[in-house]
Design a protein. Structure first.
Length: 190
């Protein structure tokens, strides 16, 4: 397996951990408890900033090369690219709803519950589809030269939550996901 695919699968596993935390807060709403709004904001800050800047561009390189090698995948790849856009918009909408839900009302909680549940479901389904289809196909059809070209095009930008150094502001989220102590540098602040 390519290092790029391994890194993308690792990104997906990390996103799945974040979605589990988000889901636990949504479940709190469902049972009538007050969610941890600070944690929800931290989660959505990460989810609305990281994937579009660091994760999806890597996938886009793979999608383009798959399309070059297998033109019959056009519809599937276009669907995945459209899902990147819709996931981004859904995340921004949920984040906006979260930020404007200052009053802990029944209506606000219901909006957060339905919006959060839909967002979680959409992201999980999308990641599974990518792994099951395009990642698997790429692993089967790409040459060593294809992987080399993609690896050279991928920026070596560290993930602010799961990279070697945890960015200031993500310490609590990191601890909740990993139960580990955090080392961070202020120069990596979000």
């Amino acid at each position: 397996m390519s290092g790029v695919i391994a890194a993308l699968n690792c990104d997906h596993a990390n996103i799945a951990k974040i979605l589990e935390l988000l889901e636990s807060e949504i479940l709190a709403i469902e049972v009538g408890k007050t969610p941890d709004y600070s944690l929800l904001r931290d989660i959505m800050c990460y989810m609305t900033q990281h994937p579009d800047r660091f994760h999806h561009p890597k996938e886009d390189l793979i999608f383009a090369k798959v399309l070059e090698r297998e033109p019959g995948t056009r519809a599937e790849i276009e669907t995945l690219l459209e899902e990147h856009i819709s996931i981004s918009k859904a995340g921004q909408n949920f984040d906006s709803l979260l930020r404007t839900s200052k009053i802990d009302s029944v209506k606000a909680r219901e909006g957060l519950r339905t919006g959060g549940s839909a967002y979680i479901r959409t992201v999980r389904e999308h990641m599974a589809k990518e792994e099951r289809t395009i990642f698997t196909l790429a692993a089967d059809i790409f040459t060593e030269e294809d992987w080399q070209a993609i690896e050279e095009a991928v920026d070596a930008i560290e993930d602010p939550l799961f990279g070697a150094v945890i960015a200031k502001g993500y310490e609590r989220l990191y601890r909740l996901i990993t139960d580990e102590e955090v080392t961070y540098e202020t120069s990596n602040s979000r």
